[in-house]
Design a protein around this ligand. Sequence first.
Ligand SMILES: *Cc1c(COP(=O)(O)O)cnc(C)c1O
Length: 354
Amino acid sequence: MDFASDNTAGASQRILDAILAANAGPAAAYGADSFSAKATELLSEVFEKEIACFLVATGTASNALALGAICPPFGAVFCHQESHIMEDECGAPEMFTAGAKLVGIPGHAGKIGGEDLAATIAAFPRGAVKQVQPAALSLSQATESGTLYSCEEISDLAAIAHGAGLEVHMDGARFANALVALPCKPADMSWRAGVDVLSFGATKNGALACEAVIFFDPAKASSLPYQRKRSGHTLSKGRFLGAQMVAYLEDGHWLGLAKTANAHAVRLAQGLAEAPGVRIVWPRQANEIFAILPRRTDTALKAAGALYYEWSSRRFDAGIAAPAQDEVFVRLVTSFATLSSDVERFVAIAQGRA
Ligand SMILES: *Cc1c(COP(=O)(O)O)cnc(C)c1O
């Protein structure tokens, strides 16, 4: 019963098979191979637009490289205060931008509100030499609270950002889970809503290690080949990244994987909502559930071997009562590899039936 994260799962068999198939014979090095070219072609089809695409091995590199391309060293990146770039990347965005400042904005359920965004940007006046200059907005979809921005909300936030001369980045580590949940078209959730650069995640949803930095205006990507290389993210045997992305996208494999992950989360959330004393904190919208468990339930689940993380109460901002002494605030994540039998066992224990 592993609900610790979606990266505790392995890789999908189809993607592993594609890596093996790409192993037969030589291929051009450093991403000049046919697999990587095919990946760009498929991503262009998926997003209904000519794009510039750079494959890397981690989401942190993807975010940091994307921000490095759109934000100068004296710039400010506006993001949610709990965002991955703010909390979980060890300063990579600051390093790859050569020193830009991340400005965290509070907001309910992991989401930034329009008024808060506008007010925060306004606190960094253009031309005020003592302050960093507004350069980018970074949105996470799905958010770090497992919630989603609607396409309209993304549009509204992007309009505020563009109006102030900012570029818009999206951290799409869970882009597929968000996409199939809304549901909507990839273009509508990205460039048509005003996203300029997207970190398109594949690893958490079934790749071995593959993420794409996607520029919807290829002209803005001119520095990326050099930035990727100097950061050590231009893989010598780049074909294996390309092969992963091709297998991920072909025949809608990525959508199927995300639907499976989300369906497990639906069932888990439903079962927990019916468990005595359990409170769901933020609405479950993709493949993550944040819940407050009675400590005895937590103890019983752990005794049965269940794995999940206790979540910091510092991050608690729900419209429901904060966790009490005899309660535990936890995060549960499902993946394409989650087993229904594990979900059912977990629910049965939480409901006191096992
Ligand atoms: C997992 C994750 C990433 C990428 O993390 P890596 O461990 O560097 O691959 C980025 N953003 C969010 C929101 C994530 O959950």
